[in-house]
Design a protein around this ligand. Sequence first.
Ligand code: GLN
Length: 307
Amino acid sequence: MANTQPKVVSGLQLWQWRHQAIQAAIATDVPPAEVDWLLQEVAGLDRLALRLESFKNWSQIHLKLPLEVLDQLWHRRLNDHLPVQYIAGVTPWRNFKIAVSSAVLIPRPETECLIDLAVAAAISSQTIPPLQQGHWADLGTGSGAIALGLADVFPESIIHAVDYSSEALAIAAANAQNLGFAKQIRFYQGSWWEPLASLKGQFSGMISNPPYIPTSTLPTLQPEVMLYEPHLALDGGTDGLDCIRYLIEISPSYLRPGGVWLIEMMAGQADSVQEMLHSQGSYYNIQIHSDLAGIERFALAYLSVEC
Ligand code: GLN
């Protein structure tokens, strides 16, 4: 719906709004720093202008949203737990600014580590041609964050990004376009590997941040997550491991010998995942890696050469 309300405000108006928004954040236990982050995105203000409040004297400030709409959304942040990233429509992730909507999971800082792990795995592998080249898959791409990260670090590869949600794919494709990776990333609608059947046995690697929260745990998540983020991206079934189990079983027929299998998981799942990778029988050099909070968060393995 076209919004006809004006998007230009005076510095003084915005200063007053910011002051009230910060007070309201403090009163409702929302980090007040979210106000300034939001104003950087919505009003294009930089941190210094915010800190010194120098914008107070500016005659005009252009907003991406009318101030009334911003104010309504901020109230939904405070009262209804709407994530601030969905208000801004973007989130920082690695060196990117990634567009998000409630059709996609907000990419998390810990997920950034998956890209560094893929780089380290490719460097330590001796396979020819090197793993940095060829086909990589991002299964359940959501906003496209992992695909973008991979395209950035492996410029000689082709990234195949799959999602079940067409709405998510539209956002991921727009992100690839806007960030200059449209030629290197291909998008597919479908379930996990299914749209990539013609490339069986050829993948240098696959990465996924699959849904891994046990269904019964979902209601205990922060309301920001539970109420607004897509359950398709969160709900991993009874024990949270449904998708991971499936990816362990099916990926050997898609990876090339020596190819990398790499996923994110939840605290407490590492032992089960390691055990499943072992008993599947096609993987070697199985590794568990922690995130920066010390939580065992990632599982990595290589496809056996004999496979
Ligand atoms: N890390 C997300 C959370 O904290 C879950 C992401 C996922 O299920 N892949 O809610």
